[in-house]
Ligand binder design. Structure first.
Ligand SMILES: NC(=O)c1ccc[n+]([C@@H]2O[C@H](COP(=O)([O-])OP(=O)(O)OC[C@H]3O[C@@H](n4cnc5c(N)ncnc54)[C@H](O)[C@@H]3O)[C@@H](O)[C@H]2O)c1
Length: 344
């Protein structure tokens, strides 16, 4: 069986998920580790087997110009030259979300990849959760009718100083939106199969926040099919116990997801109780990342259509950027006004 040779760049929290998923994949093989931090490379060598090490993706790509693919699990800062280096060599890329910290920069990366006809997939692993697939199926085939409005709540006390979490969000601008809400906004587009057109948003930071910029987001989105989604997200909840609920109200009933990784329920309009939807077992951060990797490998080796493309991701990033502008300028923002012409 043909195996995809992969350079793994960025060996932090997410890089370790990737190393585990790649180790288990019968279709992939890691051929190099990349990280400027020697301790991170050393840890990989010890945990996942010795491989050649590099300090930058550009350096690794220059040394291995015929490698099958590169995964960028580094922070979303300064990735343009890395994407350029991979695209010029026609090396397919799987890049962690958010692709960049502005729509303009992400759109530029998409242009670079497309000019060189090189695949650029974004790491939207939550699309590959069984619960996400089941919610889509329910909306497509169930008897509860058409979705009209929804409430998406994500409340978490994220201790940004915890040793097993990345540190850059503590200092970055709008960490909740760019790092976390991006997943939620992408899920809305994916599950409803509709594009956002307008948002009203306010972001703020609670007095106890350990983040320099806003950890709280309240946003009201209007979608192309008329759906209205009321979103509330925080990384600095007043309670350490996390709370997730995504409720979609349809013409004939509701769908309620009660946990980030599962717990899907439905009820018809007149039902007294919710009916749980059976879901397969799930290994946190692994099962859905395996789904993402399988889709990437199918695109690269089997020439299947690319899922989670960079071009598609720009639409979700536009939701984030529209929220930033809406909050800053205290006004509704049209998503079309945030998108560059060639990405609409
Ligand atoms: N999809 C998901 O569920 C998920 C989960 C966590 C993180 N992420 C994303 O993964 C990315 C990394 O996050 P993290 O939590 O692993 O951060 P982290 O800080 O734990 O790790 C990042 C690693 O990248 C290294 N690095 C910095 N610059 C580099 C460069 N130029 N080349 C190679 N490596 C470099 C750092 O030394 C560090 O080891 C971010 O984009 C983040 O949003 C995605």
């Amino acid at each position: 069986m043909e195996r995809l040779q992969v350079i793994l760049a960025g060996l932090g929290v997410r890089g370790r998920h990737w190393a585990e998923v790649l180790r288990r994949s019968p279709r992939c093989e890691v051929v190099a580790y990349v990280d400027p931090n020697p301790a991170a490379r050393q840890r990989m060598n010890e945990q996942f087997g010795e491989r050649p090490g590099f300090t930058t993706p550009e350096e690794a790509l220059q040394a291995m110009p015929t490698v099958g693919a590169i995964i960028l699990a580094n922070p979303p800062i300064g990735r343009k030259t890395q994407i350029q280096a991979a695209a010029e060599r026609h090396i397919p890329m799987l890049v962690e979300k958010p692709l960049a910290l502005s729509v303009a920069e992400a759109a530029e990366m998409v242009r670079i990849a497309e000019q060189h006809q090189t695949a650029l997939m974004v790491g939207l692993n939550f699309r590959y959760l069984a619960v996400t697939k089941a919610a889509r199926e329910l909306l497509a085939h169930s008897t509860i009718g058409q979705p009209e409005f929804a409430r998406f709540t994500y409340e978490r006390y994220r201790d940004g100083n915890r040793p097993d979490l990345n540190k850059y969000p503590l200092k970055m601008d709008q960490p909740m939106l760019w790092e976390q809400s991006i997943h939620h906004f992408d899920l809305m587009r994916f599950v409803y199969g509709a594009e956002p057109v307008l948002v009203q948003c306010q972001t703020w930071n609670p007095s106890w926040s350990m983040y320099e910029s806003d950890a709280n987001v309240a946003a009201l989105f209007t979608f192309s099919n008329g759906m209205i989604v009321n979103y509330q997200g925080t990384w600095q909840s007043g309670w350490s116990e996390p709370h997730f609920e995504w409720r979609t109200d349809c013409t004939g009933g509701v769908i309620i997801q009660k946990e980030q990784f599962g717990a899907l329920h439905t009820a018809a309009q007149a039902d007294k109780t919710l009916t749980p939807i059976e879901l397969p077992p799930h290994e946190l951060w692994i099962t859905e990342t395996q789904g993402l990797l399988d889709a990437f490998v199918s695109a690269v080796l089997d020439h299947k259509p690319l899922e989670c493309s960079g071009r598609d991701h720009v639409q979700s990033l536009a939701m984030v950027e529209a929220c930033v502008i809406s909050s800053r300028e205290s006004r509704s923002v049209s998503i079309a006004d945030v998108l560059p012409q060639d990405t609409m």
